[in-house]
Each structure stands twice: as structure tokens, then as C-alpha cells.
Design a protein around this ligand. Structure first.
Ligand SMILES: Cc1cc2nc3c(=O)[nH]c(=O)nc-3n(C[C@H](O)[C@H](O)[C@H](O)COP(=O)(O)OP(=O)(O)OC[C@H]3O[C@@H](n4cnc5c(N)ncnc54)[C@H](O)[C@@H]3O)c2cc1C
Length: 302
């Protein structure tokens, strides 16, 4: 643990670099709610430099190796450390094999330099409605493992976000893993995002779709998750229900209905990047395209 004098003198901040999870949790406990965690810093460092962070103690997680792993759990789940960067996620053979939609989403975040710094934990803990990893993680039914000095708890990602910039994390708590359960046989998925440009663009709309098809093309289960069209990323349950039990054809009514239901579920806002009406239209289009792509992937893999 090493307070760095230059930071403290210049900005009245103390910075710490714990070497283990245990040390990090102890620091969090000792500092109560006067500490902020820095993962890759791509969101946080500009805010710290601009003086927008009220905490005096800055805890850098870069040296905590336990948080940088992607491993397979005992029951086939993939455990992703919060300090795994987007670049590592993109290149992971375990992710490619078990949950490729995460690599697909990571590859469209920002640019290579941001992807080298930005992490999975930072992406979800930042709680941006447009966080690119949130819809695909919801499609995979992922949970978040949260630790505090007294123990651990698991929260489904669908219950993790409270408001823009707010999660269920309490002072003294941190995310220590993202848990992705195995997908069932006949599974296909897809993530699509719309930005104003191809590179360096936060989503205007993003859609993740995952579904299970039997051999005759009937969908037995579906998940549809939306980003950037509400205060938090969320599942479009009615859209999912319209797919389940239906035989899915590329131009068929079930897919059209599910796409419209997703657009109905969206609560988009007008802002400088897009109007609410445009966003809603794009939800329908991206949902339809993502469903079709997910179906193609089931067939390609079977
Ligand atoms: C130019 C630019 C372009 C961007 N483009 C995109 C984009 O296309 N898509 C996208 O989704 N995002 C984008 N972002 C946002 C950002 O890069 C990502 O959200 C990134 O994943 C954040 O990760 P980080 O490690 O840098 O987080 P940090 O900035 O280190 O932290 C973000 C927040 O998470 C908290 N935190 C981090 N780890 C933990 C933990 N383990 N437990 C509890 N709290 C934790 C921090 O305290 C902080 O509040 C962009 C940012 C920039 C600057």
C-alpha cells in the first residue's frame, strides 16, 4: 500500500495500490465511504482531474492480479474478473468458445487504446445506460459477485443498475467477478450497436439477443436486452415472450412483432446525438436484425 505524495500535495488526494483483494477490501472498510476505486480509469481519471470526485482516497486496482482472470467454474460458468480489459475479453479463447457475444461487444467499444485500459468491471460499475457490455451480459443471464469486508453476495445483472451512474453497490463494497452461466444447446446470440460514427462512439441504441432453437426452428427461450434507450440497460420481456414457442422465419410475423415490442418497451430521450423517435425506430430495426443473426448463428453452430 503506498500513498503517493505528488497526488496528495497537488490535489489533496491519497492514492493506494493494494496488491491483493484482501488488502483492497480492508482499505475499503477502513475508509468507509471516503474512497473511490480506479480500474482502467478511462471514465474516472478525467473526472478526478476535473475535481468531480469528492472522495479523498483513490484506490488503484491495477496490481490486484486475482481480479484479472477469466476462468471456468465448477459448473461450466465463466468467471470474469472485473479488471479484465476489453482487449483481453476480445482475445480470450474461453470467451470465444463459451460466450462469444461478449467478445463481439468488447470489440466495438471506443478505440484500441481505450479498450486496452477500460475494464469489464468499470463498464458495468460506471452504470452508463449505454454501457456496451450490459446488454450482452443480460442476454447471457450474468450475475455480479459483490464483496465487502463481511462476505460476498451475488446479484443478477438485471438488478444491479439503479439509475444512470448508480448501482446497488454500497460504500465498502466492490465487484469481484462477473459470473456467466453456460448457454443451453441450440443457443445463438448477437449484439448490435448504433453510434453516430464507427469509432469512438457511445451507443445511440444497442440491442443484444440470445435465443434457443430446436431442430424444427421453434424458439424455446429468448432474451432481448436494450441499451441507451432508458435510464438503465434492461430486458424487453414482452419481446422475449413473443418469440418463445414460435417457429422463427427471417421475415416472419413473430420476429416483426418482437421487434415492435422491443421498440415499445424503450423509453428513449431526445438529446444532442439522436431524437427519441429515431432511437425507438432503431430499436425495432436492430432487434429484428439481431434476431435474424442469432438464428443464423444457431444454424451455423449446429
Ligand atoms: C473516448 C471514450 C470512448 C468511450 N467509448 C465507450 C464505448 O464505446 N462503449 C462503452 O461502453 N463505454 C465507452 N467509454 C466508457 C469507458 O471507457 C468504459 O465504460 C470502460 O469500460 C470503463 O472501464 P474503466 O476500467 O476505465 O473504469 P474506471 O474509469 O476505472 O471506473 C469506472 C467506475 O467504475 C467503478 N469501478 C471500477 N471497477 C470497480 C469494481 N471492481 N467494483 C466497484 N466499482 C468499480 C469506479 O469506481 C468508477 O466509478 C468510453 C470512454 C471514453 C473516454
Amino acid at each position: 500500500m503506498s500513498p503517493a505524495s505528488d497526488f496528495r500535495n497537488e490535489m489533496d488526494l491519497c492514492h493506494f495500490e493494494p496488491q491483493s483483494l484482501e488488502e483492497t477490501l480492508k482499505l475499503l472498510h477502513d475508509m468507509k465511504d471516503d474512497a473511490v476505486l480506479v480500474a482502467g480509469g478511462s471514465d474516472l481519471m478525467p473526472r478526478i482531474k476535473q475535481g468531480h470526485i469528492s472522495s479523498r482516497n483513490i484506490i488503484f486496482l491495477a496490481r490486484v492480479l486475482e481480479l484479472q482472470q477469466i476462468i471456468m467454474g465448477a459448473t461450466g460458468e465463466v468467471l470474469i474478473g472485473p479488471m479484465v480489459t476489453h482487449r483481453v475479453l476480445e482475445g480470450s479463447s474461453l470467451v470465444q468458445e463459451k460466450c462469444p457475444i461478449l467478445g463481439e461487444a468488447a470489440s466495438v467499444i471506443a478505440c484500441r487504446s481505450i479498450r486496452n485500459a477500460g475494464t469489464v468491471g468499470g463498464n458495468i460499475c460506471n452504470a452508463s445506460p449505454a454501457a456496451d457490455l450490459a446488454p450482452p451480459l443480460m442476454v447471457l443471464d450474468a450475475s455480479v459477485l459483490i464483496s465487502n469486508p463481511n462476505g460476498e453476495k451475488t446479484v443478477p445483472l438485471t438488478g444491479f443498475f439503479k439509475d444512470p451512474g448508480k448501482t446497488v453497490l454500497e460504500p465498502g463494497e466492490m465487484v469481484t467477478a462477473i459470473v456467466v452461466p453456460p448457454v443451453p444447446p441450440g443457443w445463438g446470440d448477437c449484439y448490435m450497436k448504433l453510434g453516430k460514427r464507427k469509432a469512438m462512439e457511445i451507443s445511440i441504441v444497442s440491442v443484444g439477443v440470445g435465443l434457443v432453437l430446436d431442430e424444427s426452428g421453434v424458439c424455446s427461450a429468448a432474451r432481448v436486452a436494450l441499451g441507451a434507450v432508458g435510464p438503465v440497460p434492461f430486458r424487453a420481456i414482452e419481446s422475449e415472450q413473443l418469440l418463445a414457442g414460435k417457429k422463427l422465419e427471417a421475415e416472419g410475423q413473430a420476429i416483426m412483432d418482437a421487434a415492435e415490442a422491443a421498440a415499445e418497451a424503450a423509453e428513449p430521450i431526445d438529446d444532442i446525438r439522436a431524437s427519441a423517435a429515431y432511437r425507438r425506430d432503431m430499436v425495432a430495426i436492430l432487434t429484428r436484425r439481431s434476431i435474424v443473426k442469432a438464428i443464423q448463428r444457431v444454424r451455423g453452430r449446429s
